[in-house]
Write a protein that binds this ligand. Structure first.
Ligand SMILES: Cc1cc2nc3c(=O)[nH]c(=O)nc-3n(C[C@H](O)[C@H](O)[C@H](O)COP(=O)(O)OP(=O)(O)OC[C@H]3O[C@@H](n4cnc5c(N)ncnc54)[C@H](O)[C@@H]3O)c2cc1C
Length: 399
Protein backbone atom coordinates (compact mmCIF):
# COMPACT_ATOMS: atom_id res chain seq x y z
CA UNK A 1 0.00 0.00 0.00
CA UNK A 2 1.23 3.52 -0.84
CA UNK A 3 2.78 5.63 1.89
CA UNK A 4 0.52 8.48 0.81
CA UNK A 5 -2.88 8.83 2.49
CA UNK A 6 -6.31 8.57 0.91
CA UNK A 7 -7.84 12.06 0.70
CA UNK A 8 -11.53 12.49 1.49
CA UNK A 9 -13.15 15.84 0.76
CA UNK A 10 -16.28 16.56 2.83
CA UNK A 11 -17.10 15.49 6.35
CA UNK A 12 -20.83 14.72 6.02
CA UNK A 13 -22.33 11.29 6.59
CA UNK A 14 -20.81 10.02 3.34
CA UNK A 15 -17.31 11.37 4.00
CA UNK A 16 -17.15 9.98 7.52
CA UNK A 17 -18.51 6.60 6.39
CA UNK A 18 -15.92 6.47 3.59
CA UNK A 19 -13.05 7.37 5.93
CA UNK A 20 -14.18 4.76 8.43
CA UNK A 21 -14.72 1.96 5.91
CA UNK A 22 -11.26 2.57 4.39
CA UNK A 23 -9.51 2.86 7.74
CA UNK A 24 -11.04 -0.49 8.69
CA UNK A 25 -9.24 -1.92 5.65
CA UNK A 26 -5.94 -0.54 6.89
CA UNK A 27 -5.80 2.72 4.87
CA UNK A 28 -4.46 5.99 6.21
CA UNK A 29 -7.05 8.69 5.54
CA UNK A 30 -7.01 12.49 5.69
CA UNK A 31 -10.49 14.02 5.68
CA UNK A 32 -11.09 17.72 4.94
CA UNK A 33 -14.28 19.50 5.98
CA UNK A 34 -14.95 23.12 5.15
CA UNK A 35 -17.09 23.73 8.28
CA UNK A 36 -15.62 25.20 11.44
CA UNK A 37 -16.46 22.01 13.28
CA UNK A 38 -17.69 18.53 12.54
CA UNK A 39 -21.46 18.58 12.93
CA UNK A 40 -24.65 17.70 11.09
CA UNK A 41 -27.67 19.95 10.65
CA UNK A 42 -31.20 18.68 10.25
CA UNK A 43 -33.49 16.32 12.00
CA UNK A 44 -34.49 12.76 11.20
CA UNK A 45 -33.01 10.07 9.01
CA UNK A 46 -34.83 6.87 8.21
CA UNK A 47 -32.71 3.75 8.15
CA UNK A 48 -33.73 0.84 5.92
CA UNK A 49 -32.69 -2.75 6.63
CA UNK A 50 -30.21 -2.31 3.78
CA UNK A 51 -28.16 0.19 5.77
CA UNK A 52 -28.37 -1.84 8.99
CA UNK A 53 -26.34 -4.48 7.21
CA UNK A 54 -23.72 -1.80 6.47
CA UNK A 55 -23.68 -0.82 10.15
CA UNK A 56 -23.04 -4.44 11.01
CA UNK A 57 -20.10 -4.61 8.58
CA UNK A 58 -18.70 -1.38 10.04
CA UNK A 59 -19.18 -2.64 13.61
CA UNK A 60 -21.59 0.21 14.46
CA UNK A 61 -24.87 -1.61 15.15
CA UNK A 62 -24.68 -1.43 18.92
CA UNK A 63 -23.97 2.32 18.94
CA UNK A 64 -26.68 3.03 16.38
CA UNK A 65 -29.18 1.07 18.43
CA UNK A 66 -28.45 3.23 21.47
CA UNK A 67 -30.03 6.15 19.59
CA UNK A 68 -32.39 4.75 16.99
CA UNK A 69 -36.13 4.32 17.39
CA UNK A 70 -38.10 1.59 15.68
CA UNK A 71 -41.45 2.64 14.21
CA UNK A 72 -44.20 0.07 13.94
CA UNK A 73 -45.46 1.00 10.47
CA UNK A 74 -44.86 3.22 7.48
CA UNK A 75 -48.31 4.71 6.84
CA UNK A 76 -49.64 6.86 4.02
CA UNK A 77 -52.74 8.94 4.83
CA UNK A 78 -54.82 10.99 2.41
CA UNK A 79 -54.43 14.55 3.70
CA UNK A 80 -57.77 15.65 2.22
CA UNK A 81 -60.06 12.88 3.51
CA UNK A 82 -58.09 11.40 6.40
CA UNK A 83 -58.42 7.89 4.98
CA UNK A 84 -55.52 5.50 5.35
CA UNK A 85 -54.15 4.77 1.88
CA UNK A 86 -51.66 2.04 2.73
CA UNK A 87 -49.35 0.78 5.46
CA UNK A 88 -46.23 -1.35 5.67
CA UNK A 89 -45.67 -3.02 9.05
CA UNK A 90 -41.91 -2.65 9.62
CA UNK A 91 -41.50 -3.74 13.23
CA UNK A 92 -42.88 -7.27 13.21
CA UNK A 93 -41.13 -10.60 12.79
CA UNK A 94 -42.41 -10.90 9.21
CA UNK A 95 -40.49 -7.78 8.15
CA UNK A 96 -37.28 -8.83 9.87
CA UNK A 97 -37.48 -12.32 8.46
CA UNK A 98 -38.08 -11.02 4.96
CA UNK A 99 -35.13 -8.63 5.21
CA UNK A 100 -32.49 -11.01 6.53
CA UNK A 101 -32.99 -10.17 10.21
CA UNK A 102 -32.41 -6.42 9.85
CA UNK A 103 -34.84 -3.84 11.26
CA UNK A 104 -36.25 -0.51 10.10
CA UNK A 105 -35.12 2.44 12.20
CA UNK A 106 -35.23 6.19 12.52
CA UNK A 107 -32.48 8.29 14.05
CA UNK A 108 -31.65 11.93 14.68
CA UNK A 109 -29.12 13.07 12.08
CA UNK A 110 -26.93 14.46 14.84
CA UNK A 111 -26.90 11.07 16.59
CA UNK A 112 -26.02 9.15 13.42
CA UNK A 113 -23.34 11.71 12.68
CA UNK A 114 -21.92 11.47 16.21
CA UNK A 115 -21.71 7.68 16.01
CA UNK A 116 -19.75 7.93 12.75
CA UNK A 117 -17.57 10.76 14.05
CA UNK A 118 -16.66 8.96 17.27
CA UNK A 119 -15.84 5.81 15.29
CA UNK A 120 -13.57 7.86 13.00
CA UNK A 121 -11.89 9.57 15.97
CA UNK A 122 -11.18 6.16 17.48
CA UNK A 123 -9.35 5.07 14.31
CA UNK A 124 -5.64 5.87 14.43
CA UNK A 125 -5.43 5.91 10.67
CA UNK A 126 -7.87 8.83 10.25
CA UNK A 127 -6.92 12.50 10.55
CA UNK A 128 -9.83 14.95 10.53
CA UNK A 129 -9.23 18.53 9.38
CA UNK A 130 -11.91 21.19 9.85
CA UNK A 131 -11.93 24.70 8.32
CA UNK A 132 -10.40 23.03 5.29
CA UNK A 133 -12.19 23.94 2.08
CA UNK A 134 -11.17 22.06 -1.04
CA UNK A 135 -10.95 24.18 -4.17
CA UNK A 136 -9.64 21.89 -6.88
CA UNK A 137 -7.56 18.82 -7.46
CA UNK A 138 -4.67 18.00 -9.73
CA UNK A 139 -4.16 14.37 -10.71
CA UNK A 140 -0.49 13.58 -11.28
CA UNK A 141 0.00 9.95 -12.32
CA UNK A 142 -0.48 7.82 -9.23
CA UNK A 143 -0.97 10.71 -6.84
CA UNK A 144 -3.40 13.56 -6.39
CA UNK A 145 -2.88 17.07 -5.12
CA UNK A 146 -5.82 18.68 -3.35
CA UNK A 147 -5.67 22.47 -3.29
CA UNK A 148 -7.29 24.01 -0.24
CA UNK A 149 -8.53 27.56 0.29
CA UNK A 150 -5.72 29.61 1.80
CA UNK A 151 -3.12 28.03 -0.43
CA UNK A 152 -2.42 24.81 1.45
CA UNK A 153 -2.08 21.59 -0.52
CA UNK A 154 -2.53 17.97 0.46
CA UNK A 155 -1.00 15.06 -1.40
CA UNK A 156 -2.70 11.69 -1.56
CA UNK A 157 -2.76 8.39 -3.37
CA UNK A 158 -6.35 9.09 -4.39
CA UNK A 159 -9.21 11.51 -3.72
CA UNK A 160 -12.83 10.75 -2.82
CA UNK A 161 -15.16 13.70 -3.34
CA UNK A 162 -17.83 13.46 -0.63
CA UNK A 163 -18.60 17.15 -0.89
CA UNK A 164 -22.34 16.86 -1.37
CA UNK A 165 -24.86 18.31 -3.79
CA UNK A 166 -22.68 21.27 -4.85
CA UNK A 167 -19.56 19.14 -5.21
CA UNK A 168 -16.48 20.85 -6.58
CA UNK A 169 -14.85 17.51 -7.30
CA UNK A 170 -17.85 16.58 -9.43
CA UNK A 171 -17.65 19.89 -11.27
CA UNK A 172 -14.06 19.07 -12.19
CA UNK A 173 -14.73 15.46 -13.20
CA UNK A 174 -18.12 15.75 -14.92
CA UNK A 175 -18.62 19.47 -15.47
CA UNK A 176 -22.37 18.93 -15.64
CA UNK A 177 -23.44 22.26 -14.21
CA UNK A 178 -25.76 23.03 -11.36
CA UNK A 179 -28.10 20.50 -9.76
CA UNK A 180 -31.72 20.31 -10.90
CA UNK A 181 -33.97 22.38 -8.68
CA UNK A 182 -37.11 20.31 -8.18
CA UNK A 183 -39.42 23.18 -7.20
CA UNK A 184 -40.15 21.31 -3.95
CA UNK A 185 -39.32 22.90 -0.62
CA UNK A 186 -38.97 21.01 2.66
CA UNK A 187 -39.58 22.65 6.03
CA UNK A 188 -38.38 20.67 8.98
CA UNK A 189 -38.71 20.99 12.72
CA UNK A 190 -38.44 18.87 15.84
CA UNK A 191 -40.88 18.91 18.76
CA UNK A 192 -40.28 17.60 22.27
CA UNK A 193 -42.66 14.78 23.11
CA UNK A 194 -44.52 16.95 25.65
CA UNK A 195 -45.39 19.46 22.91
CA UNK A 196 -47.18 16.88 20.74
CA UNK A 197 -50.92 16.51 21.47
CA UNK A 198 -51.49 13.03 22.90
CA UNK A 199 -53.95 12.03 20.14
CA UNK A 200 -51.42 12.97 17.43
CA UNK A 201 -48.50 11.04 18.87
CA UNK A 202 -47.82 7.66 17.30
CA UNK A 203 -44.88 5.34 16.90
CA UNK A 204 -45.20 5.23 13.12
CA UNK A 205 -43.65 7.01 10.18
CA UNK A 206 -46.76 8.76 8.89
CA UNK A 207 -46.95 10.54 5.55
CA UNK A 208 -49.98 12.77 4.90
CA UNK A 209 -50.21 12.98 1.12
CA UNK A 210 -51.97 16.09 -0.22
CA UNK A 211 -52.11 17.87 -3.59
CA UNK A 212 -48.61 19.31 -4.16
CA UNK A 213 -47.80 18.83 -0.47
CA UNK A 214 -47.01 16.23 2.10
CA UNK A 215 -46.22 16.10 5.79
CA UNK A 216 -44.13 13.36 7.38
CA UNK A 217 -43.83 12.77 11.12
CA UNK A 218 -42.19 10.18 13.32
CA UNK A 219 -40.66 9.88 16.79
CA UNK A 220 -36.90 10.24 17.21
CA UNK A 221 -34.31 9.52 19.87
CA UNK A 222 -36.14 6.61 21.48
CA UNK A 223 -39.36 8.64 21.45
CA UNK A 224 -38.13 11.80 23.21
CA UNK A 225 -38.60 13.92 20.07
CA UNK A 226 -41.07 14.18 17.19
CA UNK A 227 -39.65 14.88 13.74
CA UNK A 228 -41.75 16.86 11.26
CA UNK A 229 -40.98 17.46 7.59
CA UNK A 230 -43.49 19.44 5.51
CA UNK A 231 -42.94 19.54 1.75
CA UNK A 232 -44.72 21.71 -0.81
CA UNK A 233 -44.24 23.00 -4.34
CA UNK A 234 -42.90 26.54 -4.57
CA UNK A 235 -40.98 28.78 -6.93
CA UNK A 236 -39.00 30.27 -4.08
CA UNK A 237 -35.41 29.33 -4.40
CA UNK A 238 -32.45 29.71 -2.12
CA UNK A 239 -29.53 27.37 -1.87
CA UNK A 240 -28.67 25.69 1.34
CA UNK A 241 -29.95 23.51 4.10
CA UNK A 242 -30.26 25.82 7.02
CA UNK A 243 -32.35 28.79 6.04
CA UNK A 244 -35.38 29.86 8.10
CA UNK A 245 -38.78 29.09 6.56
CA UNK A 246 -41.91 31.25 6.57
CA UNK A 247 -44.70 29.71 8.74
CA UNK A 248 -47.34 31.81 6.93
CA UNK A 249 -46.38 30.30 3.56
CA UNK A 250 -46.67 26.88 5.13
CA UNK A 251 -50.10 27.64 6.60
CA UNK A 252 -51.37 28.71 3.17
CA UNK A 253 -50.03 25.61 1.41
CA UNK A 254 -51.75 23.24 3.83
CA UNK A 255 -54.93 25.24 4.50
CA UNK A 256 -57.30 22.73 2.84
CA UNK A 257 -55.89 19.70 4.59
CA UNK A 258 -57.02 17.62 7.55
CA UNK A 259 -57.14 19.18 11.04
CA UNK A 260 -54.55 16.62 12.25
CA UNK A 261 -52.07 18.05 9.73
CA UNK A 262 -52.81 21.69 10.56
CA UNK A 263 -52.71 21.11 14.31
CA UNK A 264 -49.22 19.66 14.04
CA UNK A 265 -47.99 22.45 11.77
CA UNK A 266 -49.36 25.08 14.16
CA UNK A 267 -47.23 23.71 16.99
CA UNK A 268 -44.11 25.05 15.35
CA UNK A 269 -42.97 28.65 15.11
CA UNK A 270 -39.48 28.16 13.78
CA UNK A 271 -38.91 26.05 10.69
CA UNK A 272 -35.69 25.39 8.87
CA UNK A 273 -35.88 25.10 5.12
CA UNK A 274 -34.30 22.93 2.43
CA UNK A 275 -34.54 23.56 -1.30
CA UNK A 276 -34.79 20.06 -2.77
CA UNK A 277 -32.55 19.28 -5.73
CA UNK A 278 -31.27 16.22 -7.53
CA UNK A 279 -29.49 15.35 -10.76
CA UNK A 280 -29.91 13.02 -13.68
CA UNK A 281 -28.13 9.74 -12.95
CA UNK A 282 -24.56 9.52 -14.25
CA UNK A 283 -22.95 6.34 -15.63
CA UNK A 284 -19.42 7.36 -14.66
CA UNK A 285 -18.21 9.59 -11.87
CA UNK A 286 -14.54 8.72 -11.53
CA UNK A 287 -11.46 10.02 -13.30
CA UNK A 288 -8.31 8.01 -12.72
CA UNK A 289 -7.70 7.93 -8.99
CA UNK A 290 -10.41 10.47 -8.16
CA UNK A 291 -14.00 9.49 -7.51
CA UNK A 292 -17.26 10.70 -5.95
CA UNK A 293 -19.46 9.29 -3.20
CA UNK A 294 -22.89 10.02 -1.72
CA UNK A 295 -24.76 13.13 -2.84
CA UNK A 296 -21.75 14.30 -4.85
CA UNK A 297 -22.16 11.23 -7.08
CA UNK A 298 -25.94 10.67 -7.13
CA UNK A 299 -27.96 13.37 -5.37
CA UNK A 300 -31.56 12.31 -4.95
CA UNK A 301 -34.83 13.74 -3.75
CA UNK A 302 -35.60 12.40 -0.28
CA UNK A 303 -38.89 10.66 -1.08
CA UNK A 304 -37.50 7.17 -0.57
CA UNK A 305 -35.54 8.35 2.50
CA UNK A 306 -32.39 6.71 1.14
CA UNK A 307 -29.78 9.38 0.28
CA UNK A 308 -27.71 8.83 3.41
CA UNK A 309 -28.34 5.08 3.24
CA UNK A 310 -26.87 5.09 -0.29
CA UNK A 311 -23.83 7.10 0.82
CA UNK A 312 -23.08 4.53 3.53
CA UNK A 313 -23.56 1.64 1.09
CA UNK A 314 -21.18 3.44 -1.31
CA UNK A 315 -18.55 3.66 1.41
CA UNK A 316 -18.67 -0.05 2.23
CA UNK A 317 -18.60 -1.10 -1.44
CA UNK A 318 -15.75 1.24 -2.28
CA UNK A 319 -13.66 -0.05 0.63
CA UNK A 320 -14.39 -3.65 -0.37
CA UNK A 321 -13.12 -3.03 -3.92
CA UNK A 322 -10.10 -1.15 -2.64
CA UNK A 323 -9.08 -4.22 -0.67
CA UNK A 324 -9.98 -6.64 -3.44
CA UNK A 325 -7.86 -4.84 -6.04
CA UNK A 326 -4.88 -4.62 -3.68
CA UNK A 327 -5.49 -0.86 -3.37
CA UNK A 328 -5.16 -0.22 -7.09
CA UNK A 329 -7.35 2.86 -6.81
CA UNK A 330 -8.13 3.39 -10.45
CA UNK A 331 -9.32 -0.19 -10.84
CA UNK A 332 -11.15 -0.11 -7.51
CA UNK A 333 -13.04 3.06 -8.51
CA UNK A 334 -14.06 1.52 -11.83
CA UNK A 335 -15.51 -1.54 -10.08
CA UNK A 336 -17.13 0.64 -7.44
CA UNK A 337 -18.90 2.76 -10.07
CA UNK A 338 -20.01 -0.33 -11.99
CA UNK A 339 -21.44 -1.80 -8.81
CA UNK A 340 -23.22 1.38 -7.71
CA UNK A 341 -24.53 3.33 -10.68
CA UNK A 342 -27.70 1.38 -11.41
CA UNK A 343 -28.79 0.98 -7.82
CA UNK A 344 -28.26 4.65 -7.01
CA UNK A 345 -29.86 5.70 -10.31
CA UNK A 346 -32.92 3.64 -9.40
CA UNK A 347 -33.15 5.48 -6.09
CA UNK A 348 -32.82 8.83 -7.90
CA UNK A 349 -35.52 7.97 -10.44
CA UNK A 350 -37.90 6.16 -8.10
CA UNK A 351 -37.69 9.01 -5.61
CA UNK A 352 -39.11 11.33 -8.24
CA UNK A 353 -41.98 8.89 -8.92
CA UNK A 354 -42.71 8.54 -5.22
CA UNK A 355 -42.77 12.34 -4.94
CA UNK A 356 -45.30 12.50 -7.80
CA UNK A 357 -47.46 9.89 -6.08
CA UNK A 358 -47.33 11.67 -2.72
CA UNK A 359 -48.29 15.00 -4.30
CA UNK A 360 -50.96 13.70 -6.70
CA UNK A 361 -54.17 15.68 -7.20
CA UNK A 362 -57.56 15.05 -8.81
CA UNK A 363 -58.14 11.75 -10.57
CA UNK A 364 -54.49 10.75 -10.22
CA UNK A 365 -54.87 11.03 -6.44
CA UNK A 366 -57.99 8.85 -6.51
CA UNK A 367 -56.26 6.28 -8.70
CA UNK A 368 -53.25 6.25 -6.39
CA UNK A 369 -55.52 5.48 -3.46
CA UNK A 370 -57.26 2.68 -5.37
CA UNK A 371 -54.01 1.12 -6.55
CA UNK A 372 -52.38 1.20 -3.13
CA UNK A 373 -55.47 0.06 -1.22
CA UNK A 374 -54.75 -3.13 0.74
CA UNK A 375 -56.32 -6.41 -0.36
CA UNK A 376 -58.62 -7.45 2.52
CA UNK A 377 -57.21 -10.40 4.44
CA UNK A 378 -53.90 -10.46 2.53
CA UNK A 379 -50.57 -10.71 4.36
CA UNK A 380 -48.32 -7.63 4.17
CA UNK A 381 -46.60 -7.46 0.82
CA UNK A 382 -42.95 -6.49 1.12
CA UNK A 383 -41.98 -7.26 -2.47
CA UNK A 384 -42.53 -3.71 -3.72
CA UNK A 385 -39.66 -2.49 -1.55
CA UNK A 386 -37.52 -5.63 -1.77
CA UNK A 387 -35.26 -4.19 -4.50
CA UNK A 388 -34.23 -1.53 -1.98
CA UNK A 389 -34.36 -3.16 1.43
CA UNK A 390 -32.83 -6.47 0.33
CA UNK A 391 -29.60 -4.52 0.09
CA UNK A 392 -26.58 -5.26 -2.03
CA UNK A 393 -24.28 -8.10 -2.90
CA UNK A 394 -20.79 -7.27 -1.70
CA UNK A 395 -17.81 -8.03 -3.91
CA UNK A 396 -15.95 -11.26 -3.35
CA UNK A 397 -12.46 -12.27 -4.37
CA UNK A 398 -13.62 -13.96 -7.60
CA UNK A 399 -15.62 -11.00 -9.00
C1 LIG B 1 -35.57 16.82 3.90
C2 LIG B 1 -34.60 15.70 3.71
C3 LIG B 1 -34.83 14.48 4.36
C4 LIG B 1 -33.95 13.41 4.16
N1 LIG B 1 -34.22 12.22 4.78
C5 LIG B 1 -33.41 11.18 4.56
C6 LIG B 1 -33.68 9.92 5.19
O1 LIG B 1 -34.67 9.76 5.91
N2 LIG B 1 -32.81 8.87 4.96
C7 LIG B 1 -31.70 9.02 4.16
O2 LIG B 1 -30.95 8.06 3.98
N3 LIG B 1 -31.42 10.21 3.56
C8 LIG B 1 -32.23 11.28 3.74
N4 LIG B 1 -31.95 12.47 3.14
C9 LIG B 1 -30.76 12.56 2.26
C10 LIG B 1 -29.48 12.77 3.04
O3 LIG B 1 -29.60 13.87 3.89
C11 LIG B 1 -28.29 13.01 2.08
O4 LIG B 1 -28.34 12.09 1.03
C12 LIG B 1 -26.97 12.81 2.84
O5 LIG B 1 -26.87 13.76 3.86
C13 LIG B 1 -25.79 12.94 1.88
O6 LIG B 1 -24.59 12.89 2.59
P1 LIG B 1 -23.24 13.35 1.92
O7 LIG B 1 -22.19 13.16 2.97
O8 LIG B 1 -23.08 12.71 0.61
O9 LIG B 1 -23.42 14.89 1.62
P2 LIG B 1 -23.60 16.12 2.66
O10 LIG B 1 -24.40 15.69 3.85
O11 LIG B 1 -24.10 17.26 1.86
O12 LIG B 1 -22.14 16.41 3.15
C14 LIG B 1 -21.20 17.09 2.36
C15 LIG B 1 -20.13 17.66 3.29
O13 LIG B 1 -19.09 18.19 2.51
C16 LIG B 1 -18.73 19.47 2.99
N5 LIG B 1 -18.18 20.21 1.84
C17 LIG B 1 -18.85 20.65 0.75
N6 LIG B 1 -18.02 21.28 -0.10
C18 LIG B 1 -16.79 21.22 0.49
C19 LIG B 1 -15.51 21.69 0.09
N7 LIG B 1 -15.33 22.34 -1.07
N8 LIG B 1 -14.46 21.47 0.93
C20 LIG B 1 -14.63 20.81 2.11
N9 LIG B 1 -15.83 20.36 2.53
C21 LIG B 1 -16.90 20.55 1.71
C22 LIG B 1 -20.03 20.03 3.55
O14 LIG B 1 -19.77 21.07 4.49
C23 LIG B 1 -20.65 18.79 4.17
O15 LIG B 1 -20.22 18.61 5.49
C24 LIG B 1 -32.80 13.56 3.33
C25 LIG B 1 -32.55 14.78 2.70
C26 LIG B 1 -33.44 15.84 2.88
C27 LIG B 1 -33.16 17.12 2.18
Amino acid sequence: MSALPVLVLGGGIGGLAAALALARKGCRVRLFEQGTEFKEVGAGIQLGPNVYRMFELLGLTQEIERWAAHPENLIMMDALTGEEVTRLPVSGEAFRQRFHGYPYGVIHRGDLYQVLLEACRAEQGITLHDKAKGERFEAQGERVLLHLAGGERAEGVCLIGCDGLWSRVRAQILGDGRPRVSGHIAYRAVLARAEVPEDLWQNNVVLWAGPKTHLVHYPLRRGELYNLVAVFHSDRYEEGWDVYGDPEELRRKFEHERPEVKRLLEKINVWKMWVLCDREPARRWSQGCVTLLGDAAHPTLQYLAQGANMAIEDAVVLAAYAELTGFDWEEAFRHYEDARYKRTARVQIMSRYYGDAYHAAGVVRELRNDILAPVPGAAPDFEGVAWLYDGIALPRANT
